[in-house]
Structure formats: structure tokens, C-alpha cells
Design a protein around this ligand. Structure first.
Ligand SMILES: C[S@@+](CC[C@H](N)C(=O)[O-])C[C@H]1O[C@@H](n2cnc3c(N)ncnc32)[C@H](O)[C@@H]1O
Length: 260
């Protein structure tokens, strides 16, 4: 699969940009993402479930920190050591020292059972086959106590194959310069796409351009529900957002499932 297309491909070919990884040490996640709409939802589930929580793909702690602040015991896991470092620093500044593990959601083993497992902010889009999704589901089931709950959001949409127009991810002024990020999607099939991110860092003589690519997938809500049921879960609800409004089609879907 070709990971680069359009401008990013041209920049790399001409030696004008450096290739980076999406969640590496220079990632711009906390600059780009200011999403809060899901926090009350996950805090509500945590209150209901009582007991330890596992935040899979916890990133820089966007959900983990509010859960800690609310007094819950939360363990974080992420594939990226850099995202975990940022989460650790942020937690420390807030007075917490949570257990944070580097792990792959497709194959993880922690010596604890949880009452609630979360996979917030569409981290499941990186699972591009049913086999990978089933491995995640199996791992979650193994790490849930009886009556345990699994909740996450995922992309349930179907894209129109073709190259999309680039859009502005963010533009920001930092202490030592300006950072601008653009995003472009190459939709390969209705449920598989490659995302190219181009980051321009203007810092006087140290200006540079970085490009990164990621492969993302969507899955229909009904197929995901079948995978969960086959993996030993009872789907409690499929919602269109974080307010428990029933899912009725569209890109965003939130699922809550109980260990059967
Ligand atoms: C969109 S971010 C979401 C971060 C965080 N959950 C939030 O709500 O802000 C996706 C996160 O999933 C992590 N991730 C991607 N693939 C993973 C995998 N196979 N196992 C564990 N984490 C993974 C990335 O490193 C990244 O931190």
C-alpha cells in the first residue's frame, strides 16, 4: 500500500520534508486535539462501574487525567512511548503517578482485571481488519472482571473512494515560531483510507517540514456488534454520540458492551 500521495509524496521525493511517525516525540496531538465532548460520558461509566479502569490507547491522558481527578484508579496503555511520556508528565504536574504501560491493544497482558475498559477517541480506527479487531476484543474480555464493561467510539462511516482536498489541521504561534498542519485523505475503499499529515514548523533558520502517514479503517456498527457478540460480549447500546442517543447511521458510533 502506498502511504504517501499528493503533496507529501512530492515533498519526500524532492527531499524537502522528513518522514515522521504519527505519535512520535514531536507529535502535535495536544495542540491539534481539544476534544472534550466524551469526558462526561466516560466519567459517568466510571462512576457506574466502580473499580479499576483500563484506558487503552490513552495517548497523552486526555481521558485518563479527568478520571484520575475524579478519584478513580486508572491504568493507561499505549503503543507510543512518547504519548505515554507526555501523559506521565501531565499526570505528575497534576499530582498523580498513574501506572502507564507500553502495550499493543492487539496483544497485551496485564496482571490485573478491570471493571471498565475504554478505548477513547477513535483509537480503534488503527485496527484495519476484523482479525485485529477480534484480537482487541479478546484481550479486553480477558482483562475484564465478571460484569466488566467495554466502551469505545469508532468510525462507522463509509467513504467515497478518491483523493480528498487537504484541509488545515491547525495553525499556532509558539514561543519560538509558528506551526501549521494540513491533513489530506486518500480514501482507498469505502472502509479504508490513508491519511497524510504535513507539518510546517517555521523557526527562523531551523524551519522544517515533516510528513507522516497512517492507515485508518471504518467498520459498520452491525459488523462491530457481531464481532463483540462473537467475542463474548453483550452489546448494551450503540449510540450516535456521547449522550446515549441511539445510533442511526453516520460516521461516529459509540458502543457500550458488557462481558457476557
Ligand atoms: C487518536 S489517539 C487517542 C488518544 C487518547 N485515547 C485520547 O482520547 O485522546 C490514538 C492513540 O492510540 C494509540 N495507538 C495506536 N495504535 C495502538 C495500538 N495498536 N495499541 C495501543 N495503542 C495504540 C496511539 O499511540 C494514540 O496515542
Amino acid at each position: 500500500m502506498e502511504l504517501y500521495f499528493g503533496l507529501a509524496k512530492e515533498l519526500l521525493a524532492k527531499g524537502l520534508a522528513e518522514e515522521t511517525q504519527s505519535y512520535d516525540e514531536n507529535n502535535t496531538y495536544d495542540t491539534a486535539i481539544h476534544f472534550t465532548a466524551d469526558l462526561d460520558f466516560y466519567l459517568g461509566l466510571a462512576k457506574r462501574q466502580k473499580g479499576p479502569i483500563l484506558d487503552i490507547g490513552c495517548g497523552t491522558g486526555r481521558v485518563l487525567l479527568p478520571l484520575l481527578r475524579a478519584g478513580h484508579r486508572v491504568v493507561g496503555m499505549d503503543l507510543s512511548p512518547h504519548m505515554l511520556d507526555l501523559a506521565r508528565q501531565k499526570a505528575r504536574r497534576a499530582g498523580f503517578t498513574p501506572e502507564l504501560y507500553r502495550g499493543d491493544m492487539r496483544d497485551f497482558s496485564l496482571e490485573e482485571e478491570f471493571s471498565l475498559i475504554l478505548i477513547p477517541y477513535f483509537a480503534m480506527i488503527y485496527m484495519t481488519t476484523d482479525e485485529e479487531r477480534s484480537r482487541v476484543i479478546e484481550g479486553c474480555r480477558r482483562h475484564l472482571a465478571p460484569g466488566g464493561m467495554l466502551a469505545f467510539d469508532f468510525d462507522a462511516g463509509r467513504g467515497e473512494p478518491g483523493l480528498g482536498k487537504p484541509w488545515l489541521g491547525f495553525q499556532t504561534v509558539e514561543a519560538d515560531g509558528v506551526v501549521v498542519q494540513t491533513v489530506q485523505i486518500n480514501q482507498l475503499t469505502q472502509d479504508l483510507r490513508v491519511v497524510n499529515i504535513v507539518t510546517y514548523r517555521f523557526r527562523g533558520p531551523h524551519s522544517r517540514i515533516e510528513v507522516s502517514a497512517s492507515v485508518e479503517a471504518s467498520i459498520s456498527a452491525s459488523r462491530l456488534a457481531k464481532l463483540l457478540e462473537a467475542g463474548g460480549f453483550t452489546v448494551q447500546g450503540l449510540y450516535r454520540d456521547y449522550t446515549y442517543a441511539p445510533y442511526s447511521g453516520g460516521e461516529e458510533c459509540v458502543v457500550v458492551a458488557l462481558k457476557s
